[in-house]
Structures are given as C-alpha cells and as structure tokens.
Design a protein around this ligand. Sequence first.
Ligand code: SF4
Ligand code: ZN
Length: 296
Amino acid sequence: MYLQRATGRHLCAGHLAEEVEGRVRETMAADGMPPGGSRVAVALSGGKDSTVLLSLLHGITQESGGLDLVAITVDEGIAGYREETLRAATATAARFGVPHRTGSFADLFGGTLDRVVEGQEHRACSLCGILRRKALTILARDEGADCIATGHNLDDEAQSVLMNWLRGDRDRLLRDPLQPGQRGFLPRFKPLREIPEKEVALYGVIASLFSPMPECPYRHTALRGEARAMLNAMEQRFPGTLERVVQGQRTLARGAAGGIPAPLGACARCGDPASDHLCQACRLLEGGSFRPVRHR
Ligand code: SF4
Ligand code: ZN
C-alpha cells in the first residue's frame, strides 16, 4: 500500500497506476495536447521519468490511436552515466516499437558536456539544460515533429519555481507556463507535470519498466539539488507543499496578466487594512467564539 500523504489516501498498486494514467489523460486534455495525427517527439533520456512517459503515451496511442510517436535521446557526453542510460533508452524504444533517434552534443555543438563544463562544474545543469533544449528542438524538427513531450514531473516543476525565486527571476515567475504562447514554436508538453516524482517512479516499478540506473554525476552540483532537498524536507513535514508551490506560481502569473492587485482598503469593522470587506482578524473573529475587536 502506498500512502499518498498529500491526500491521506492509501492506494494499492492497481489504483496508483490507474490514478497516474487518469491524471496524465486529464493533463493532456487540459493542455489541448496533442491533436490526433500529430507527430510527437518524446524526449527519452533513458531515466525513470522519460521511460514512464513513453510507456504512457504509447498506451494512450494504442487505445485511442492518432499519435505518431518518435523517441529522441540526446547524448550530452557525460562519461560513466550516459552510455548506460543510452542503452536503456534504446531498449525502451524497441520494447514499445517506437522509432528512436539519437543525437549528441559532440555532433550538434562540437563538444561534450564534460568538456564544456571543465572548471565550472557547478554550472553543469544550467549549461546542460540550455543545450539539451536546443538539441531536442533541432532533432525534433528534423524528425518532422509537431510537438515535443518531456517527462518533467511535479517535483521538477516545484524546483523550477523555487529556483526562480532564489535567483530573483521576476520574468519567469510572472510568466504562466501553461499559456500556449510560452511553449515556443515547436510546442512542448509535460504530461507528467502534475505527478510527484515518487509516484512516477512507483508507476515504473509496478509496470516493470526499469532496472536501477546510474545517477548523473553533476546532479548534486547545482542549485536544483539544493531546491530539491529543501522541497523534499518541506513536503515531508507539510504534505502538499510541491503542489502548492506550483499552483501558487500559476496563480501569481495569471494575476500578473490581469494587472497589479488593487490597493488594500479599510476593514468595515475595525478600519485596519483589508483586502476584502473585513480584515483577516475580523473575519476570523466573526464566528463569535472570541471577544469582538474594538470598533474605531
Ligand atoms: Fe544534465 Fe544536470 Fe541532468 Fe546531469 S543532472 S543530465 S548535467 S541537467
Ligand atoms: Zn478588521
């Protein structure tokens, strides 16, 4: 039994799998993705998230048809890590009978990530992220794809929000990532964006999708590692934190699109600043179980 701490529910393997599949379908429907007949480039790193993503998209395609999948793996050139995950990616694509295209930083940009980050290893993930995004777009275009699907999960999304706060990146914080215009010319979709990393991994175990994989040696060098540790600790103590962080940023971005919030008014009862008819304290005390606030 898996305890979904954010909801307090206990789920057996079958129900967890059903729930993950249901949420992916809902997310895809909400994002309007992708219309029937679309050629979808699935970013397949060979890690857990992308393996689960390919399996789910393959299942959905089998059921309802219409999607033309092509798996794309980018070889960043990370010694001791990429060789094995590349083999896993090839095996996963073959297992689902999905055509597989690989491309490397070395071929596309003239150098491996290991070489690019020499002497600035702490920047590995940001450099890797920028170049991989570019590589994916080039390869997906080359494959005639209409859109790109990536395996970002809820934890990844929450980490990105926290990192934007920590960097003081106002523009990113105020941009609604779900607006179609934010997805770029080759639209990008994240069907797993509502599912916590832990549940994605459990789904993969239930569906016997993977065996243990090496971790990228740069994984713990970056701000993302710190953001992950902080959020995991918060999620442990206050279940639902990940979701609230992500939802909070979307609410903020949508609010920003609607203009600056109105200045605070005065509470009708006590005259203190209030965003509503009553201030928060007067609203709380209105129930009558406390002594009323003195009127002005
Ligand atoms: Fe690239 Fe960082 Fe991921 Fe390693 S952990 S593959 S360096 S983004
Ligand atoms: Zn008041």
